[in-house]
Ligand binder design. Structure first.
Ligand code: ME8
Length: 516
Protein backbone atom coordinates (compact mmCIF):
# COMPACT_ATOMS: atom_id res chain seq x y z
CA UNK A 1 0.00 0.00 0.00
CA UNK A 2 1.13 3.50 -0.83
CA UNK A 3 2.49 5.44 2.11
CA UNK A 4 2.80 8.68 0.19
CA UNK A 5 1.49 11.81 1.91
CA UNK A 6 -1.60 13.29 0.27
CA UNK A 7 -2.12 16.76 -1.12
CA UNK A 8 -5.42 18.23 -2.30
CA UNK A 9 -5.50 21.50 -4.24
CA UNK A 10 -8.53 23.15 -5.80
CA UNK A 11 -9.38 25.99 -8.17
CA UNK A 12 -12.63 27.92 -7.99
CA UNK A 13 -15.26 26.34 -10.20
CA UNK A 14 -15.95 28.85 -12.93
CA UNK A 15 -19.33 30.23 -13.91
CA UNK A 16 -20.43 29.09 -17.31
CA UNK A 17 -22.11 32.42 -18.06
CA UNK A 18 -19.11 33.27 -20.19
CA UNK A 19 -16.22 31.61 -22.02
CA UNK A 20 -12.86 31.28 -20.23
CA UNK A 21 -10.37 34.14 -20.23
CA UNK A 22 -6.87 34.71 -18.94
CA UNK A 23 -8.03 35.17 -15.33
CA UNK A 24 -9.48 31.66 -15.24
CA UNK A 25 -6.39 30.24 -16.91
CA UNK A 26 -4.24 31.99 -14.31
CA UNK A 27 -5.79 30.47 -11.19
CA UNK A 28 -5.87 26.97 -12.64
CA UNK A 29 -2.28 27.34 -13.84
CA UNK A 30 -1.12 28.21 -10.32
CA UNK A 31 -2.86 25.09 -9.00
CA UNK A 32 -1.36 23.05 -11.83
CA UNK A 33 2.16 24.16 -10.98
CA UNK A 34 1.56 23.27 -7.35
CA UNK A 35 0.00 19.89 -8.18
CA UNK A 36 2.83 18.97 -10.55
CA UNK A 37 5.41 20.05 -8.01
CA UNK A 38 3.86 17.97 -5.24
CA UNK A 39 3.59 14.89 -7.47
CA UNK A 40 7.27 15.15 -8.37
CA UNK A 41 8.02 15.64 -4.70
CA UNK A 42 6.45 12.31 -3.80
CA UNK A 43 2.90 13.26 -2.83
CA UNK A 44 -0.31 11.54 -3.80
CA UNK A 45 -2.10 14.53 -5.31
CA UNK A 46 -5.68 15.35 -6.10
CA UNK A 47 -6.08 18.47 -8.21
CA UNK A 48 -9.64 19.62 -8.82
CA UNK A 49 -11.17 22.15 -11.16
CA UNK A 50 -14.56 22.47 -12.80
CA UNK A 51 -17.58 24.60 -13.58
CA UNK A 52 -20.28 26.28 -11.51
CA UNK A 53 -23.47 25.82 -13.47
CA UNK A 54 -26.46 26.84 -11.35
CA UNK A 55 -27.95 30.15 -10.29
CA UNK A 56 -29.69 33.12 -11.76
CA UNK A 57 -26.68 34.42 -13.68
CA UNK A 58 -26.30 31.18 -15.63
CA UNK A 59 -30.06 30.84 -16.08
CA UNK A 60 -30.22 34.33 -17.58
CA UNK A 61 -27.26 33.68 -19.88
CA UNK A 62 -28.93 30.51 -21.18
CA UNK A 63 -32.15 32.43 -21.74
CA UNK A 64 -30.24 35.06 -23.68
CA UNK A 65 -28.62 32.35 -25.81
CA UNK A 66 -32.10 30.91 -26.40
CA UNK A 67 -31.25 27.38 -25.27
CA UNK A 68 -32.22 25.28 -22.24
CA UNK A 69 -29.87 25.84 -19.26
CA UNK A 70 -28.31 22.38 -19.25
CA UNK A 71 -27.56 22.51 -22.97
CA UNK A 72 -25.99 25.93 -22.45
CA UNK A 73 -23.92 24.61 -19.54
CA UNK A 74 -22.74 21.62 -21.62
CA UNK A 75 -21.47 23.98 -24.28
CA UNK A 76 -19.60 26.45 -22.09
CA UNK A 77 -18.31 23.83 -19.69
CA UNK A 78 -16.75 22.10 -22.72
CA UNK A 79 -14.80 25.32 -23.45
CA UNK A 80 -13.30 25.16 -19.94
CA UNK A 81 -12.36 21.54 -20.58
CA UNK A 82 -10.74 22.63 -23.87
CA UNK A 83 -8.80 25.26 -21.96
CA UNK A 84 -7.50 22.61 -19.57
CA UNK A 85 -6.17 20.65 -22.55
CA UNK A 86 -4.73 23.72 -24.30
CA UNK A 87 -2.98 24.86 -21.10
CA UNK A 88 -1.73 21.33 -20.33
CA UNK A 89 -3.43 21.28 -16.93
CA UNK A 90 -3.00 18.05 -15.03
CA UNK A 91 -6.26 18.17 -13.09
CA UNK A 92 -7.32 14.79 -11.74
CA UNK A 93 -11.00 15.69 -11.86
CA UNK A 94 -13.22 18.19 -13.61
CA UNK A 95 -16.41 18.63 -11.63
CA UNK A 96 -19.69 20.07 -12.89
CA UNK A 97 -22.28 21.14 -10.37
CA UNK A 98 -25.03 19.70 -12.57
CA UNK A 99 -23.74 16.17 -11.93
CA UNK A 100 -25.87 13.81 -9.81
CA UNK A 101 -23.02 13.09 -7.40
CA UNK A 102 -22.87 16.78 -6.60
CA UNK A 103 -26.60 17.10 -6.01
CA UNK A 104 -26.31 14.22 -3.56
CA UNK A 105 -23.43 15.87 -1.69
CA UNK A 106 -25.06 19.30 -1.42
CA UNK A 107 -28.35 17.88 -0.24
CA UNK A 108 -26.53 15.76 2.34
CA UNK A 109 -24.67 18.81 3.66
CA UNK A 110 -27.93 20.77 3.82
CA UNK A 111 -29.66 17.97 5.76
CA UNK A 112 -26.76 17.81 8.17
CA UNK A 113 -26.99 21.56 8.80
CA UNK A 114 -30.74 21.19 9.41
CA UNK A 115 -30.08 18.37 11.88
CA UNK A 116 -27.58 20.57 13.71
CA UNK A 117 -30.24 23.27 14.03
CA UNK A 118 -28.27 25.68 11.84
CA UNK A 119 -30.97 26.38 9.24
CA UNK A 120 -34.34 28.07 9.79
CA UNK A 121 -37.17 29.35 7.61
CA UNK A 122 -37.98 33.05 7.27
CA UNK A 123 -38.23 35.49 4.41
CA UNK A 124 -35.60 37.65 2.78
CA UNK A 125 -36.02 41.20 1.72
CA UNK A 126 -32.97 43.06 0.62
CA UNK A 127 -30.51 43.77 -2.17
CA UNK A 128 -29.12 41.10 -4.46
CA UNK A 129 -26.63 41.28 -7.29
CA UNK A 130 -27.09 38.63 -9.97
CA UNK A 131 -23.67 39.40 -11.45
CA UNK A 132 -21.95 38.72 -8.12
CA UNK A 133 -24.56 36.18 -6.98
CA UNK A 134 -24.34 37.95 -3.62
CA UNK A 135 -26.57 39.68 -1.08
CA UNK A 136 -25.66 43.19 0.08
CA UNK A 137 -26.79 45.39 2.95
CA UNK A 138 -27.96 48.94 2.27
CA UNK A 139 -24.83 50.36 3.88
CA UNK A 140 -22.55 48.51 1.45
CA UNK A 141 -24.13 50.12 -1.60
CA UNK A 142 -23.14 53.24 -3.48
CA UNK A 143 -24.92 55.32 -6.08
CA UNK A 144 -24.10 55.03 -9.79
CA UNK A 145 -24.06 57.90 -12.30
CA UNK A 146 -27.72 57.48 -13.12
CA UNK A 147 -28.70 57.27 -9.44
CA UNK A 148 -28.92 53.47 -9.55
CA UNK A 149 -27.70 51.44 -6.58
CA UNK A 150 -24.41 49.60 -7.02
CA UNK A 151 -22.64 46.84 -5.10
CA UNK A 152 -19.07 47.50 -3.89
CA UNK A 153 -17.90 45.57 -6.97
CA UNK A 154 -19.73 48.01 -9.25
CA UNK A 155 -22.36 45.41 -10.12
CA UNK A 156 -26.02 46.47 -10.28
CA UNK A 157 -28.30 45.24 -7.50
CA UNK A 158 -32.01 44.54 -7.38
CA UNK A 159 -34.51 44.43 -4.53
CA UNK A 160 -35.53 40.90 -3.67
CA UNK A 161 -38.38 39.77 -1.41
CA UNK A 162 -39.05 36.10 -1.06
CA UNK A 163 -39.51 33.27 1.41
CA UNK A 164 -36.09 31.85 2.22
CA UNK A 165 -34.19 29.51 4.46
CA UNK A 166 -31.39 31.06 6.47
CA UNK A 167 -28.09 29.77 7.76
CA UNK A 168 -27.18 30.93 11.28
CA UNK A 169 -24.01 32.69 10.18
CA UNK A 170 -24.32 35.16 13.07
CA UNK A 171 -23.80 32.29 15.49
CA UNK A 172 -20.44 31.47 13.89
CA UNK A 173 -18.67 34.76 14.52
CA UNK A 174 -16.67 33.69 17.59
CA UNK A 175 -15.67 30.35 16.12
CA UNK A 176 -14.47 32.04 12.93
CA UNK A 177 -12.44 34.62 14.83
CA UNK A 178 -10.90 31.85 16.89
CA UNK A 179 -10.00 30.07 13.67
CA UNK A 180 -8.25 33.14 12.22
CA UNK A 181 -6.42 33.75 15.50
CA UNK A 182 -5.27 30.20 16.12
CA UNK A 183 -4.49 29.36 12.48
CA UNK A 184 -3.29 32.60 10.90
CA UNK A 185 -2.20 30.67 7.79
CA UNK A 186 -5.82 29.74 7.15
CA UNK A 187 -6.08 32.85 4.96
CA UNK A 188 -3.13 33.99 2.88
CA UNK A 189 -1.62 36.43 2.03
CA UNK A 190 -1.66 38.11 5.44
CA UNK A 191 -3.27 41.30 4.14
CA UNK A 192 -6.25 39.20 3.11
CA UNK A 193 -6.47 37.64 6.55
CA UNK A 194 -6.73 41.11 8.06
CA UNK A 195 -9.47 41.99 5.60
CA UNK A 196 -11.46 38.89 6.49
CA UNK A 197 -10.95 39.38 10.20
CA UNK A 198 -12.23 42.93 10.20
CA UNK A 199 -15.24 41.90 8.13
CA UNK A 200 -16.13 39.21 10.67
CA UNK A 201 -15.37 41.47 13.64
CA UNK A 202 -17.88 43.91 12.17
CA UNK A 203 -20.64 41.39 12.91
CA UNK A 204 -22.27 38.74 10.75
CA UNK A 205 -25.87 38.57 9.61
CA UNK A 206 -27.60 35.28 9.00
CA UNK A 207 -27.27 34.23 5.37
CA UNK A 208 -30.17 33.60 3.02
CA UNK A 209 -29.43 30.21 1.46
CA UNK A 210 -32.48 29.36 -0.60
CA UNK A 211 -34.30 31.08 -3.45
CA UNK A 212 -37.86 30.72 -4.74
CA UNK A 213 -38.14 33.14 -7.65
CA UNK A 214 -36.39 30.97 -10.22
CA UNK A 215 -35.72 27.28 -10.60
CA UNK A 216 -32.19 26.68 -11.98
CA UNK A 217 -30.56 25.13 -8.93
CA UNK A 218 -30.44 22.15 -6.62
CA UNK A 219 -33.76 21.58 -4.81
CA UNK A 220 -33.82 22.02 -1.05
CA UNK A 221 -34.54 18.52 0.32
CA UNK A 222 -38.20 17.99 1.15
CA UNK A 223 -39.22 21.59 0.49
CA UNK A 224 -40.89 22.08 -2.89
CA UNK A 225 -40.33 25.45 -4.51
CA UNK A 226 -36.99 26.23 -2.85
CA UNK A 227 -33.67 25.86 -4.60
CA UNK A 228 -30.35 26.37 -2.92
CA UNK A 229 -28.38 29.61 -3.04
CA UNK A 230 -25.72 29.05 -5.66
CA UNK A 231 -22.82 29.59 -3.24
CA UNK A 232 -23.73 26.80 -0.81
CA UNK A 233 -24.12 24.63 -3.92
CA UNK A 234 -20.81 25.75 -5.45
CA UNK A 235 -18.59 25.59 -2.36
CA UNK A 236 -19.66 22.03 -1.65
CA UNK A 237 -17.99 20.91 -4.88
CA UNK A 238 -14.73 20.59 -2.97
CA UNK A 239 -16.33 17.89 -0.84
CA UNK A 240 -18.25 16.20 -3.66
CA UNK A 241 -15.08 15.43 -5.55
CA UNK A 242 -13.74 13.42 -2.61
CA UNK A 243 -16.77 11.16 -2.48
CA UNK A 244 -18.73 13.00 0.24
CA UNK A 245 -21.30 12.26 1.69
CA UNK A 246 -19.68 8.84 1.86
CA UNK A 247 -17.16 9.55 4.60
CA UNK A 248 -15.69 6.09 4.04
CA UNK A 249 -14.90 6.88 0.40
CA UNK A 250 -11.17 6.35 -0.18
CA UNK A 251 -10.68 9.85 -1.59
CA UNK A 252 -12.60 11.47 1.25
CA UNK A 253 -10.39 9.69 3.74
CA UNK A 254 -7.25 10.45 1.83
CA UNK A 255 -7.83 14.01 0.66
CA UNK A 256 -10.29 15.78 2.93
CA UNK A 257 -9.57 18.31 4.35
CA UNK A 258 -8.06 20.04 1.32
CA UNK A 259 -4.59 21.51 1.69
CA UNK A 260 -5.38 24.68 -0.19
CA UNK A 261 -8.22 26.35 -2.03
CA UNK A 262 -6.64 28.83 -4.44
CA UNK A 263 -9.06 31.58 -5.47
CA UNK A 264 -9.10 35.15 -6.73
CA UNK A 265 -9.49 37.96 -4.22
CA UNK A 266 -13.02 38.63 -5.54
CA UNK A 267 -14.37 35.51 -3.89
CA UNK A 268 -12.36 35.54 -0.69
CA UNK A 269 -15.34 36.22 1.59
CA UNK A 270 -17.21 33.18 0.31
CA UNK A 271 -14.21 30.93 0.88
CA UNK A 272 -12.78 32.37 4.07
CA UNK A 273 -16.04 33.18 5.89
CA UNK A 274 -19.04 31.27 4.54
CA UNK A 275 -17.28 28.03 3.67
CA UNK A 276 -15.54 27.47 7.03
CA UNK A 277 -18.78 28.56 8.74
CA UNK A 278 -20.77 25.87 6.91
CA UNK A 279 -18.15 23.25 7.70
CA UNK A 280 -17.80 24.24 11.36
CA UNK A 281 -21.58 24.16 11.73
CA UNK A 282 -21.74 20.75 10.08
CA UNK A 283 -18.88 19.50 12.23
CA UNK A 284 -16.73 18.66 9.24
CA UNK A 285 -12.96 19.26 9.03
CA UNK A 286 -11.83 22.61 7.60
CA UNK A 287 -9.50 23.08 4.64
CA UNK A 288 -6.02 24.02 5.77
CA UNK A 289 -5.77 27.20 3.74
CA UNK A 290 -7.51 29.63 1.44
CA UNK A 291 -5.07 31.58 -0.72
CA UNK A 292 -6.49 34.62 -2.52
CA UNK A 293 -4.43 35.88 -5.45
CA UNK A 294 -4.60 39.28 -7.12
CA UNK A 295 -6.30 40.62 -10.18
CA UNK A 296 -4.98 40.95 -13.73
CA UNK A 297 -5.63 44.09 -15.70
CA UNK A 298 -4.85 44.52 -19.41
CA UNK A 299 -2.46 47.37 -20.21
CA UNK A 300 -3.72 49.16 -17.09
CA UNK A 301 -7.44 48.60 -17.74
CA UNK A 302 -9.93 46.36 -15.99
CA UNK A 303 -10.51 43.29 -18.16
CA UNK A 304 -14.11 43.27 -19.29
CA UNK A 305 -16.23 42.13 -22.17
CA UNK A 306 -17.80 45.55 -22.54
CA UNK A 307 -14.36 47.20 -22.91
CA UNK A 308 -13.50 44.59 -25.52
CA UNK A 309 -10.11 43.89 -23.95
CA UNK A 310 -10.57 40.33 -22.75
CA UNK A 311 -7.35 38.35 -23.14
CA UNK A 312 -8.10 35.06 -24.82
CA UNK A 313 -5.74 32.37 -23.51
CA UNK A 314 -6.17 30.28 -26.68
CA UNK A 315 -5.00 33.23 -28.79
CA UNK A 316 -2.01 33.86 -26.49
CA UNK A 317 -0.92 30.24 -26.76
CA UNK A 318 -1.18 30.46 -30.57
CA UNK A 319 0.91 33.62 -30.65
CA UNK A 320 3.64 32.81 -28.15
CA UNK A 321 3.60 29.09 -27.42
CA UNK A 322 2.17 27.37 -24.38
CA UNK A 323 5.16 27.25 -22.08
CA UNK A 324 5.97 30.94 -22.55
CA UNK A 325 2.40 31.74 -21.48
CA UNK A 326 2.62 29.44 -18.48
CA UNK A 327 5.98 30.89 -17.47
CA UNK A 328 5.09 34.54 -17.87
CA UNK A 329 1.86 34.41 -15.89
CA UNK A 330 3.47 32.98 -12.78
CA UNK A 331 6.94 34.55 -13.10
CA UNK A 332 6.04 38.14 -13.73
CA UNK A 333 3.83 39.04 -10.78
CA UNK A 334 4.27 38.04 -7.13
CA UNK A 335 1.42 35.61 -6.48
CA UNK A 336 -1.10 37.45 -4.33
CA UNK A 337 -0.47 40.87 -5.95
CA UNK A 338 -2.40 42.44 -8.78
CA UNK A 339 -0.71 42.31 -12.15
CA UNK A 340 -0.89 44.22 -15.37
CA UNK A 341 -0.70 42.23 -18.58
CA UNK A 342 1.26 43.78 -21.42
CA UNK A 343 2.66 42.14 -24.52
CA UNK A 344 5.84 44.15 -24.16
CA UNK A 345 6.45 42.80 -20.64
CA UNK A 346 5.59 39.32 -21.92
CA UNK A 347 8.14 39.40 -24.74
CA UNK A 348 10.84 41.02 -22.61
CA UNK A 349 10.47 38.51 -19.79
CA UNK A 350 10.33 35.41 -21.99
CA UNK A 351 13.25 36.50 -24.14
CA UNK A 352 15.42 37.36 -21.15
CA UNK A 353 14.77 34.27 -19.01
CA UNK A 354 13.92 31.65 -21.62
CA UNK A 355 15.35 32.41 -25.08
CA UNK A 356 18.52 34.20 -23.95
CA UNK A 357 18.68 32.56 -20.53
CA UNK A 358 18.06 28.86 -20.08
CA UNK A 359 17.44 28.25 -23.80
CA UNK A 360 20.72 29.76 -24.93
CA UNK A 361 22.62 28.03 -22.14
CA UNK A 362 21.35 24.60 -23.05
CA UNK A 363 21.69 25.20 -26.80
CA UNK A 364 25.33 26.27 -26.41
CA UNK A 365 26.20 23.42 -24.07
CA UNK A 366 24.53 20.72 -26.12
CA UNK A 367 26.07 22.00 -29.38
CA UNK A 368 29.53 21.99 -27.84
CA UNK A 369 29.04 18.43 -26.59
CA UNK A 370 27.57 17.32 -29.89
CA UNK A 371 30.42 18.80 -31.89
CA UNK A 372 33.39 18.16 -29.64
CA UNK A 373 32.57 15.06 -27.63
CA UNK A 374 31.37 12.56 -30.25
CA UNK A 375 27.71 13.42 -29.62
CA UNK A 376 27.80 11.94 -26.13
CA UNK A 377 28.11 13.21 -22.56
CA UNK A 378 31.90 13.34 -21.92
CA UNK A 379 33.72 11.73 -19.02
CA UNK A 380 34.67 14.37 -16.45
CA UNK A 381 37.96 14.70 -14.62
CA UNK A 382 38.30 15.91 -11.03
CA UNK A 383 35.76 18.63 -10.08
CA UNK A 384 37.11 22.04 -9.12
CA UNK A 385 35.67 24.28 -6.41
CA UNK A 386 33.63 26.16 -9.04
CA UNK A 387 32.24 22.94 -10.51
CA UNK A 388 31.13 21.68 -7.12
CA UNK A 389 29.71 25.05 -6.14
CA UNK A 390 27.50 25.26 -9.21
CA UNK A 391 26.17 21.72 -8.89
CA UNK A 392 25.66 21.93 -5.13
CA UNK A 393 23.81 25.23 -5.38
CA UNK A 394 21.46 23.83 -7.99
CA UNK A 395 20.84 20.73 -5.92
CA UNK A 396 20.09 22.92 -2.88
CA UNK A 397 17.49 24.84 -4.88
CA UNK A 398 14.84 22.16 -4.34
CA UNK A 399 14.66 22.87 -0.64
CA UNK A 400 14.31 26.60 -1.31
CA UNK A 401 11.64 25.99 -3.94
CA UNK A 402 9.79 23.65 -1.57
CA UNK A 403 9.53 26.43 1.00
CA UNK A 404 8.18 28.86 -1.59
CA UNK A 405 5.69 26.35 -2.98
CA UNK A 406 4.34 25.64 0.48
CA UNK A 407 3.54 29.34 0.78
CA UNK A 408 2.18 29.58 -2.78
CA UNK A 409 5.02 31.98 -3.64
CA UNK A 410 5.23 30.70 -7.22
CA UNK A 411 7.15 33.72 -8.50
CA UNK A 412 9.78 33.22 -5.78
CA UNK A 413 10.09 29.51 -6.63
CA UNK A 414 10.73 30.43 -10.26
CA UNK A 415 13.12 33.17 -9.28
CA UNK A 416 15.16 30.69 -7.23
CA UNK A 417 15.43 28.32 -10.20
CA UNK A 418 16.28 31.01 -12.72
CA UNK A 419 18.90 32.49 -10.41
CA UNK A 420 20.69 29.16 -10.79
CA UNK A 421 20.26 29.22 -14.57
CA UNK A 422 21.95 32.65 -14.48
CA UNK A 423 24.74 31.20 -12.31
CA UNK A 424 25.29 28.47 -14.89
CA UNK A 425 25.51 31.19 -17.53
CA UNK A 426 28.20 32.98 -15.54
CA UNK A 427 29.99 29.63 -15.17
CA UNK A 428 30.05 28.91 -18.90
CA UNK A 429 31.34 32.43 -19.65
CA UNK A 430 34.10 32.11 -17.05
CA UNK A 431 35.14 28.57 -17.95
CA UNK A 432 35.07 29.22 -21.71
CA UNK A 433 34.82 25.60 -22.89
CA UNK A 434 35.19 26.85 -26.50
CA UNK A 435 38.70 28.06 -25.58
CA UNK A 436 39.49 24.91 -23.58
CA UNK A 437 38.74 22.96 -26.76
CA UNK A 438 42.11 24.17 -28.05
CA UNK A 439 44.04 24.28 -24.80
CA UNK A 440 42.82 21.55 -22.45
CA UNK A 441 40.30 19.02 -23.74
CA UNK A 442 40.21 17.14 -20.46
CA UNK A 443 39.11 20.29 -18.63
CA UNK A 444 36.66 21.04 -21.46
CA UNK A 445 35.11 17.62 -20.90
CA UNK A 446 34.71 18.30 -17.20
CA UNK A 447 33.16 21.71 -17.79
CA UNK A 448 30.72 20.33 -20.35
CA UNK A 449 29.84 17.45 -18.05
CA UNK A 450 29.14 19.88 -15.21
CA UNK A 451 27.01 22.03 -17.51
CA UNK A 452 25.10 19.03 -18.86
CA UNK A 453 24.31 17.94 -15.33
CA UNK A 454 23.39 21.48 -14.30
CA UNK A 455 20.97 21.68 -17.22
CA UNK A 456 19.57 18.25 -16.38
CA UNK A 457 18.79 19.43 -12.86
CA UNK A 458 17.36 22.77 -13.98
CA UNK A 459 15.12 20.94 -16.46
CA UNK A 460 13.89 18.63 -13.71
CA UNK A 461 13.12 21.65 -11.54
CA UNK A 462 11.17 23.50 -14.24
CA UNK A 463 8.88 20.55 -15.01
CA UNK A 464 5.98 21.89 -12.90
CA UNK A 465 5.86 25.18 -14.80
CA UNK A 466 6.99 24.17 -18.31
CA UNK A 467 6.43 20.42 -18.60
CA UNK A 468 6.82 20.23 -22.40
CA UNK A 469 9.98 22.31 -22.61
CA UNK A 470 11.53 20.46 -19.69
CA UNK A 471 10.79 17.17 -21.44
CA UNK A 472 12.42 18.42 -24.66
CA UNK A 473 15.60 19.37 -22.80
CA UNK A 474 15.71 16.09 -20.89
CA UNK A 475 15.08 14.13 -24.11
CA UNK A 476 18.04 15.85 -25.74
CA UNK A 477 20.19 14.79 -22.81
CA UNK A 478 18.79 11.22 -22.94
CA UNK A 479 17.65 11.55 -19.32
CA UNK A 480 14.78 9.22 -18.51
CA UNK A 481 14.59 9.42 -14.71
CA UNK A 482 12.99 12.78 -13.97
CA UNK A 483 11.78 12.80 -10.35
CA UNK A 484 13.07 15.17 -7.71
CA UNK A 485 14.83 12.20 -6.13
CA UNK A 486 17.13 12.38 -9.16
CA UNK A 487 18.50 15.80 -8.26
CA UNK A 488 22.07 15.96 -7.09
CA UNK A 489 24.49 13.08 -7.11
CA UNK A 490 21.95 10.24 -7.19
CA UNK A 491 20.90 11.07 -10.71
CA UNK A 492 24.13 12.50 -12.16
CA UNK A 493 24.05 12.44 -15.92
CA UNK A 494 25.39 9.25 -17.49
CA UNK A 495 28.75 9.44 -19.20
CA UNK A 496 28.32 8.38 -22.82
CA UNK A 497 24.60 9.27 -22.96
CA UNK A 498 23.83 10.28 -26.55
CA UNK A 499 23.50 14.01 -27.27
CA UNK A 500 22.02 14.52 -30.74
CA UNK A 501 22.22 17.80 -32.63
CA UNK A 502 20.24 20.11 -30.36
CA UNK A 503 16.92 21.67 -31.32
CA UNK A 504 16.07 25.08 -29.87
CA UNK A 505 13.55 24.81 -27.04
CA UNK A 506 12.66 28.44 -26.36
CA UNK A 507 12.28 30.51 -29.54
CA UNK A 508 13.03 34.22 -29.40
CA UNK A 509 9.74 36.14 -29.40
CA UNK A 510 9.16 39.14 -31.66
CA UNK A 511 8.18 42.38 -29.98
CA UNK A 512 4.75 43.38 -31.33
CA UNK A 513 5.02 46.52 -33.49
CA UNK A 514 2.46 48.43 -31.48
CA UNK A 515 4.13 47.60 -28.12
CA UNK A 516 4.97 50.81 -26.30
O1 ME8 B 1 -16.66 33.39 -8.93
N1 ME8 B 1 -7.56 38.25 -12.72
O2 ME8 B 1 -16.69 32.10 -10.82
P1 ME8 B 1 -16.04 33.08 -11.91
C1 ME8 B 1 -7.30 37.17 -11.97
N2 ME8 B 1 -18.33 30.41 -9.73
N3 ME8 B 1 -8.16 36.14 -11.79
C2 ME8 B 1 -9.35 36.22 -12.39
C3 ME8 B 1 -9.70 37.32 -13.20
C4 ME8 B 1 -8.73 38.39 -13.36
N4 ME8 B 1 -8.95 39.46 -14.09
N5 ME8 B 1 -10.94 37.10 -13.66
C5 ME8 B 1 -11.36 35.90 -13.18
C6 ME8 B 1 -16.99 32.38 -9.53
N6 ME8 B 1 -10.40 35.36 -12.41
C7 ME8 B 1 -17.67 31.25 -8.81
C8 ME8 B 1 -16.66 30.48 -7.97
S1 ME8 B 1 -15.97 28.52 -6.30
C9 ME8 B 1 -16.75 27.51 -5.23
C10 ME8 B 1 -17.22 29.36 -7.16
C11 ME8 B 1 -10.45 34.04 -11.74
O3 ME8 B 1 -16.23 32.42 -13.21
C12 ME8 B 1 -10.23 34.15 -10.24
O4 ME8 B 1 -9.81 32.90 -9.76
O5 ME8 B 1 -16.55 34.46 -11.73
C13 ME8 B 1 -11.61 34.42 -9.73
O6 ME8 B 1 -11.76 34.14 -8.35
C14 ME8 B 1 -12.41 33.47 -10.59
O7 ME8 B 1 -11.77 33.51 -11.87
C15 ME8 B 1 -13.89 33.86 -10.70
O8 ME8 B 1 -14.50 33.00 -11.59
Amino acid sequence: MSQRPSYYVTTPIYYVNDVPHIGHAYTTLACDMLARFKRLDGYDVMFLTGTDEHGQKVEKSAEKAGIPPLEFCDKVSARFKDLAVAMNFSNDQFIRTTEDRHKLAVQALWTRLVEKGMIYEDSYSGWYSVRDEAFYTESELSEGEGGEKLAPTGAPVEWVEEPSYFFRLSAMQDKLLELYNTQPDFVMPKSRLNEVKSFVEGGLLDLSISRTTFSWGIPVPNVPGHIMYVWIDALTNYLTATGYPNEDAPNYKKFWPANVHIVGKDILRFHAVYWPAFLLAADLPLPKRVFAHGWWTNEGQKISKSLGNVIDPFELIDSYGLDAVRFFLLREVPFGNDGDFSRRAFVLRCNADLAKGLGNLSQRTLSLIHKNCDSAVPKPGEFTKEDKELLNNIEATLEIVRGHMDRQAFHAALDAIFTQAAAADVYISRQEPWVLKKTDTERMNTVLYVLADAIRQLAILIQPIMPDSAAKILDQLSVTERGFDQLGETGRITVGAPVPKPQGVFPRLEMPEDAS
